[in-house]
Structures are given as C-alpha cells and as structure tokens.
Design a protein around this ligand. Structure first.
Ligand SMILES: *Cc1c(COP(=O)(O)O)cnc(C)c1O
Length: 402
C-alpha cells in the first residue's frame, strides 16, 4: 500500500512551523525502498541511495536504518554520510569533473570510488596500483532520460569516460595493474523506457568481459516516478525481470556472475516530500489570475530549471470548486510554478502544497533575494519532527566579513 500525508496533517505542520516548510513522510521512503528491494530479493543487488537528492542527516539515518547504502556526488556528501553514522563500506563516491585530491580524500575515508576521467584513473593507478579496488564510470553513447539537462549518457554529456576510449582505459589499467572492481553507468534521470535502460546494461555486460577483475556492475539511478495522474514511471518489476534475464544470459555465455548495484535518488525521496507555502497575493490580469506565494525558485527550482510539473493543491479549501490560477513565486525574476493550472478556489492566506518536492527541492534551494531557506520537518510514526530550523537573519550574514 502506498502512503501519503493527509491535508489535515500538513495544515497542522504549517501552522506549527510556519511557511514555507518542507515536509517529508518517512513511511513513503520506506515503501519506495521496499518496492525496489522486493523485486531484486533473489539477486546479489545493493541499493545506494543517491543522497544528492536530499541530504538531511535525519533522512540519511532513516534510509540507513532500512538497510540501504549511499551514493555520494562530492566529498562533503561522503563526510555527511559518515557523520550520519554510515560505515565507509556502505558509501560510494561517484565522481565527475573533480580534482584528484578529492579522490585521495575519498580513498583515505575508505569508501568505494567510481572514477570518471582517464586522467584521474591514471593518477589513481600510479598512486595506488592494485592496492585499492576501484570502479570506472563509463559513458555509453545512448540518449536516455527526460531531457538533455538530465540525460547523462549521450555524446554531448560530460559524465563518464566515453566507451570508444576503451583501449585507452585498458592501457591505463594494465600499465598500473589496477584492481578494477566495478563498471558503472548512469544514463540519466527519469528513464521510463526499460528497453533503453537495458541497452546500457547490455553494453556494460559486454565491456565487463574485458575486465577480469570486475565483480560488480553499477547500473546507476534514474528511475522515473509519476508527477501527475497518468504520468509514465519506471516499471520496476519489468526492469527487474529484464535485468535478471540479461545477467543470467551473460552467466551462461561467460560463466561470470556480477553483483548489481543501483543508485536511486529521485525514486527514493521524490514522492515523500511536500513544500507548503502561503498565498500572499491574488492578482487579476487580462491574461490570468496570479496566485503569489511566500516561496519561489529559490526554494523549489525544478519548474523553472527543468520545466518540471509539480502537483499543486489548496490545503485550505480542498473541496472548493476549481478555477485556473497561475501560481508564481515571490522572487524578483520570472518565477512561475504553474501557468493556468486548475486549483480549488484560492483566497489570500490559503495554504498551497507542492507535491513530489522531496528530491532536488530543498537540496537545490538558495538564498537568492536574501530570503531564508525553509524549515524541514520529517513525519515518522505519525509524529512530526523539526529536522532543520528555518534560517534567520544571522544566517544571511554568517560568512560575510563585517
Ligand atoms: C544523480 C545521480 C543518481 C540519481 O539519479 P536519480 O535520477 O535521482 O535517480 C545516481 N547516480 C549518479 C552517479 C548520479 O549523479
């Protein structure tokens, strides 16, 4: 059974903690995690939550308690995960465009590492030889994912080492006698097409034959969740059976068996999250009726950055007749959450909720316009708990030399 927080519960939280406020439903995260692990229970599969989606330490601890591992995109994420009490062998650092010194730091932490450039691979080999098993992030030339911004596998993408450089990769590996444990791909976010996903998997299985030390194939993240009714999403059950088939076939042909790693970000935390805002002004124009709210792309950038759709509901008038509103933020820039959207009739002071706000919401928030970043509340076992206080004026000045 899926879960979601009730309008009453969200309204109560907004009253207690003020708006704008991010609210996360721990139970929904649990549900998402189990729906993944369930499909792969008979496989040597591990799930590394891609924590750049949402790094609040309470969320990390909750996800760790479920048995997950963690994928990190920066050395600071590695440190936050360590701070949350996650052991090094449950942390993976998948790097891109980083200096070698960060990789050295990750090595010193003892975490798994995927390297994504030939130059860093060469530096790593020269320094650590075969003493530290390491992964290689490859970039298959396939176009997958919702759009160019979030697709990472195509030819114009900066991510990974292009697979047409395979001879150079092998030369580096042989020169330093490296212990390559993992081959990795992450072909993009919002991949709902299982066939496309499997293209990447097949390429990886084929390339793995060139690496006798490889025991794990890391298939990345990018599972799509629905944002609105009738939206496509990744069929995990279908994906699982396709992956099992492909790995079984590879075993029959080559005798090799691989561990399977995944790095779900959005799938784990998108739907658990709610951003609640108050309506500050209603403004009629000849084009539309604006509903201005006390938040903006400084707190939820996805609509403006990716053209993302977030469901918007009026918590204060859930049964009201719907009318068309253009819901806009309070930042001094064009800042549109939704244009001419059906929302139950809005009055100034009403509470609106943006759904699917768990992934890449608070995590991409900024202080643009010198506004405070929102508070965060986690609901676990029915109990709301403040897990990040709202910023205050001191936070804006904290690092300025005055
Ligand atoms: C961002 C990222 C993910 C997670 O992507 P989602 O679309 O949130 O699932 C997984 N792996 C890597 C390397 C990433 O950079």
């Amino acid at each position: 059974m899926s879960t979601s927080l009730s309008s009453e519960q969200l309204t109560e939280i907004a009253r207690e903690y003020g708006t704008p406020v991010y609210v996360y439903d721990a139970e929904k995260i649990t549900f998402q995690y189990h729906s993944l692990t369930h499909e792969f229970h008979d496989q040597p599969a591990r799930f590394f939550y891609a924590c750049k989606a949402l790094t609040n330490v309470h969320i990390l601890k909750h996800i760790y308690s479920l048995g997950a591992s963690f994928d990190c995109s920066s050395i600071n994420e590695v440190k936050i995960a360590r701070y949350a009490g996650i052991p090094a062998d449950k942390i993976l650092y998948t790097s891109n465009s980083i200096s070698f010194s960060e990789i050295e730091e990750a090595q010193a932490e003892g975490v798994h590492i995927n390297i994504d450039s030939l130059s860093n691979l060469d530096k790593f080999g020269r320094k650590y030889k075969n003493t530290y098993p390491v992964g290689i992030r490859l970039r298959p030339n396939i176009m997958a994912g919702g759009n160019l911004n979030i697709s990472t596998g195509h030819d114009k993408s900066k991510f990974g080492i292009p697979i047409n450089k395979i001879d150079e990769i092998l030369a580096v590996v042989h020169k330093h006698k490296m212990d390559i444990a993992v081959l990795h791909i992450h072909t993009g976010s919002e991949i709902s097409d299982v066939d496309l996903y499997m293209k990447g998997v097949d390429i990886l299985l084929e390339l793995a034959e060139k690496f006798p030390t490889v025991h794990t194939l890391d298939l990345g993240g990018g599972f799509k969740v629905p944002y609105k009714d009738g939206d496509s999403h990744t069929d995990i059950s279908l994906l699982a059976s396709a992956i099992k088939k492909a790995f079984a076939k590879a075993k029959a042909q080559t005798g090799r068996e691989y561990n399977i790693w995944f790095e779900p970000g959005k799938f784990m935390v998108s739907e658990c999250g709610y951003l609640i805002a108050s309506v500050t002004v209603l403004k009629e124009t000849s084009a539309t009726t604006f509903a201005g709210v006390d938040t903006g792309f400084n707190h939820l950038i996805r609509p403006m950055f990716y053209g993302a759709y977030h469901r918007i509901e009026n918590l204060s008038n859930p049964q009201g007749e719907t009318r068309k509103y253009s819901v806009v933020g309070n930042v001094c820039e064009t800042d549109t959450f939704a244009w001419e959207r059906d929302v139950a009739e809005i009055k100034e002071g009403d509470l609106l909720v943006f759904r699917n706000a768990g992934a890449y919401g608070m995590e991409m928030a900024s202080n643009f316009n010198s506004r405070f970043r929102p508070a965060e509340v986690m609901v676990k076992d029915g109990q709301p708990q403040l897990i990040r206080r709202r910023e205050t004026f001191d936070d804006l000045l904290r690092n300025q030399i005055i």
